[in-house]
Ligand binder design. Structure first.
Ligand SMILES: Cc1cc2nc3c(=O)[nH]c(=O)nc-3n(C[C@H](O)[C@H](O)[C@H](O)COP(=O)(O)O)c2cc1C
Length: 423
């Protein structure tokens, strides 16, 4: 029997600096500054474009590679009507949009134990993972020249879409090509993103707000082929990355539907990185040696991770992602309570997609626990760290775990006019 390799070489094509900027600029030019769609046009959109965008979303990183998401793609008018009756809000665009897509979170997984019995598998960081996947999806839609509105993921959608008990609606999209937009002022990214080196030079400015008209769309298959090359790496080179390229990537956040409830703090200072590494390794040592459950150890095994976190000091930049909780938390609807994690997760996904197209590598890392970051960075109580993302170039001979993504058929259910029944 052929031996399956645990690690494989990272597929990484190092670009020249000019190519890096050109690739990122092309990526940014296909994003558009996010506004509400007022009406969708009647243009027909081949379903393959949406399916490729879902495939692109399926390449997203996830806690222990559990990929705790599924998608439902609806074009069948009967099913659409049922959804519209439940979601109610912003009905005109839901009615006009040729497609509705529901992104669901899988609260837990299932597998067979040694006796063949189906058992539940706990999912790790499912909200963060599905949020990032949502950000990958939004970016893929934009790159393919499509527009969307977001709608409330009401619980009743589960029964309309015949979902199992373990799945929970997370985001609802009406998708098409916009005819008319609502006016909206862009949010000021400087209020949400801070760089510890910002004061040193005015060169490090976040890129300009994208225009309302985006550049020519990329084929959704080409975009899938580009984003699927992203891998999380754990061996970083200590080589500097061009700061203007790095900071420009944050401009992608202007395309986000979420302009609140998140924050990114960027650390480049060696002393602060060393402090973060020291604290993270202290926590991780406790975790790997004392706290880890057998179940958690099993799901982490294919990744070959341990308590040592050299990437926290090797990578030139660390991005700390925070969700920002609303001060008045009571009486909020389910959707509003979830908003900070959805917003910060989606924005992490959008930012990661941009950094990948700047030819940079990352790791979505969650030291467990990571509340120490809030105190270390002097952030207020309502800011909760959700992820630490070292960014840089891969070390020579960098290898990555030999793991797979679920095929489209395992994450997608469709309700189309011809089929009627889910497939
Ligand atoms: C929310 C979240 C938390 C993660 N936490 C860690 C972590 O603490 N340590 C680590 O090495 N990788 C972590 N990862 C990376 C995943 O293990 C990785 O995304 C997954 O194995 C799939 O590999 P890929 O990103 O290369 O496609 C995390 C990913 C996500 C989305």
């Amino acid at each position: 029997m052929a031996v399956v390799k645990e690690k494989i070489p990272l597929e990484f094509h190092r670009m020249s600096r000019a190519e890096q900027h050109a690739c990122l600029d092309n990526f940014l030019s296909r994003l558009h500054f996010r506004r509400e769609v007022k009406s969708f046009s009647k243009s027909e959109i081949p379903i393959e474009i949406i399916k490729n965008a879902i495939k692109a979303a399926g390449t997203s990183p996830s806690g222990a590679n559990q990929q705790p998401w599924s998608f439902v793609l609806v074009s069948d008018p009967k099913v659409k009507t049922q959804i519209i009756n439940e979601v109610r809000s912003e009905t005109p665009t839901l009615v006009q949009a040729p497609y509705i897509v529901v992104l669901l979170k899988q609260k837990y997984g299932q597998e067979k134990d040694v006796s063949g019995k189906t058992v539940k598998v706990k999912h790790y960081y499912p909200n963060e993972s599905v949020g990032i996947c949502g950000g990958f999806f939004i970016t893929a839609l934009n790159q393919a020249g499509l527009h969307y509105n977001l709608h409330k993921p009401v619980k009743l959608l589960s029964s309309i879409l015949q979902r199992s008990e373990k799945e929970e609606p997370f985001m609802v999209f009406s998708i098409g090509i916009a005819d008319e937009w609502e006016d909206k002022k862009h949010h000021n990214l400087q209020d949400f993103v801070s760089f510890d080196f910002k004061e040193e030079s005015r060169e490090f400015e976040i890129s300009a707000v994208p225009s309302h008209k985006s550049g020519p769309a990329l084929s959704s298959a080409d975009y899938y082929n580009s984003i699927k090359k992203r891998r999380n790496i754990r061996d970083f080179s200590q080589e500097e990355i061009p700061a203007p390229l790095f900071t420009k990537s944050f401009g992608a956040l202007y395309s986000s539907p979420f302009s609140d409830s998140y924050r990114f703090a960027v650390i480049s200072n060696e002393e602060t990185k060393a402090l973060i590494r020291e604290k993270a390794e202290e926590e991780e040592k406790k975790f790997y040696e004392e706290k880890i459950t057998n179940e958690w150890r099993d799901v982490l095994k294919p990744l070959g991770t341990n308590w040592e976190k050299a990437h926290l000091t090797d990578a030139p930049y660390l991005i700390i992602g925070f969700k920002v909780n609303n001060d008045i938390d009571h009486d909020l609807s389910y959707w509003d309570k979830n908003r900070p994690i959805v917003s910060s997760g989606v924005n992490t996904g959008i930012l990661m997609s941009a950094l990948h197209h700047a030819n940079l590598c990352m790791l979505t890392h969650t030291p467990s626990p990571m509340m120490f970051l809030r105190d270390l960075l002097h952030r207020p109580k309502n800011e909760v760290p959700i992820v630490v993302i070292p960014v840089g170039y891969p070390a020579d001979q960098c290898q990555v775990p030999n793991i797979n993504k679920k095929p489209l058929r395992d994450i997608l259910t469709t309700f189309t006019e011809s089929e009627g029944e889910p497939s």
